[in-house]
Design a protein around this ligand. Structure first.
Ligand code: NZQ
Ligand code: ZN
Length: 385
């Protein structure tokens, strides 16, 4: 196992009715900006619950944060913060709202051009406003990690950033607020969390037995409960387990001391930047093709994944690897997520644009061995057509 520092300062408040407990989390004299998305939080009553819980506070609201949140929208929120002397942010929504809030928290305190935050991957962040979140969509893990992804439509770029100053102080996870999720968003969330686990697990053996065991347990939970959640929209136990799984998938726990991949994510971000395909759907396209392409460097872990997660133990190594790649693809399809580029209107001609964007963004040495070059990415994308 590699050396690591592990610290996660985010407090989790989990369970039914917990939005009412917000008051205990926010200082009484805070001037709070509530940030939300395109209106689901209003329609579902979550914003109403938040307003009720914080009725005694000085509140300002900022809505309209898009899925795949936009830089220009985030900068408008920074203006609102400055005009109103806001000193605490509360994100109410999914990964997009929470990611945007992280960026806004840092941009509000940044002296130079806030675009630097993204081109530096967050390295220039030296201060950020404190913030918390009320999560409405289990998927990204943003509620308990320090990273985010922001899209700049004008520049055709979707860039990740992270900083220890960007952990939420707290996140409220009430599984009941996920009952209103459309099937597409629920399926996206399951697939995104699944690929987060895979990116930290399906690399090469590093004698990290506990992390491997946790990762396999989280994967099996998603395989069992993901399809069931789509069939039974108001089953509390299923929603609760999915929500906690998605958080644990990307809060640092299973990623401590192990090699990381993230190539599917980096390639997927460029697909989203190209045509706004949902984040999780880009992953469901790239991952099966990448697993097949990278079967040599990933051989040992592919066989472990086949055996411990899917119970595939019979046949030659090649046959077991084929079978587990097929099982993974079928899992996404079973969730209603298509796994070919063509399903998202992308043909061979667009692959060059995606590869050029990877190069332009310095994504030229991807994967756990930093060995996936743009040429490899092109081959993987061609196999995903
Ligand atoms: O915008 P509103 O109206 O709120 O509707 C949202 C949005 O349309 C809707 N929604 C959310 N909660 C709902 C709901 N509808 C009904 N009932 C509810 N309870 O769902 C739609 C999608 O929301 P979004 O926040 O965009 O989805 P998600 O949580 O999947 O976040 C995706 C973003 O997170 C980034 C992705 O790149 C993408 O930009 N990621 C962030 C990561 C991180 N911070 O660690 C890691 C991930 O790999 C990912 O890259
Ligand atoms: Zn993701």
């Amino acid at each position: 196992m590699n050396n690591f520092n592990f610290q996660n300062p985010t407090r989790i408040i989990f369970g039914k009715g917990t939005i009412a407990d917000l008051k205990q989390q926010v200082a009484a004299d805070a001037k709070v900006l509530i940030l939300y998305g395109g209106g689901s939080a209003e329609r579902t009553g979550v914003l109403g619950q938040v307003r009720d819980a914080l009725a005694d506070y000085s509140l300002v609201e900022f809505g309209g944060i898009e899925p795949n949140p936009r830089y220009a929208t985030a900068m408008k929120a920074v203006e609102v913060i400055k005009e109103n002397n806001i000193d605490f942010l509360l994100a109410v929504g999914g990964g997009s709202v929470i990611d945007a809030t992280k960026f806004i928290a840092a941009a509000a305190k940044y002296e130079g051009d806030a675009w630097d935050i993204l081109t530096s991957g967050g390295k220039v962040i030296s201060q950020a406003l404190p913030f918390g979140s009320v999560l409405t969509l289990p998927a990204t893990g943003s509620e308990m990690n320090a990273g985010g992804v922001i899209t700049n439509a004008e520049k055709g770029a979707k860039l990740p950033f992270g900083s220890p100053l960007c952990y939420p102080l707290f996140s409220v996870l009430d599984p009941e607020v996920t009952y209103t999720l459309p099937p597409r968003q629920l399926a996206n969330g399951v697939a995104d969390a699944f690929v987060h686990i895979i990116e930290q697990y399906l690399t090469y053996p590093s004698a990290a037995y506990v992390q491997d065991g946790f990762a396999e347990s989280l994967l099996r939970t998603l395989i069992e409960l993901g399809p069931k959640a789509l069939e039974t929209p108001k089953d509390y136990d299923i929603r609760a387990n999915l929500m906690w799984t998605a958080t644990l998938a990307l809060n640092g726990l299973i990623g401590a001391g192990v090699p990381h991949d993230w190539a599917s994510h980096m390639i997927g971000h460029e697909i989203t930047a190209l045509n706004d395909t949902d984040h999780a759907r880009t992953l469901a396209v790239v991952l099966p093709a990448l697993m097949n392409d990278q079967r040599e460097p990933k051989r040992e872990k592919l066989l472990q994944y086949a055996s411990n997660v899917w119970g595939i133990t019979e046949g030659t190594e090649e046959a077991r690897i084929d079978a587990v790649i097929e099982a993974t693809r079928n899992f996404f399809e079973q969730l209603g997520i298509k796994t070919r580029l063509g399903d998202y209107g992308i043909a061979a001609a667009e692959i060059e644009i995606i590869v050029a964007a990877l190069e332009a963004h310095g994504m030229t040495a991807l994967g756990e061995h930093q060995a996936i070059t743009p040429t490899d990415a092109r081959r993987i994308l061609e196999a995903a057509l």
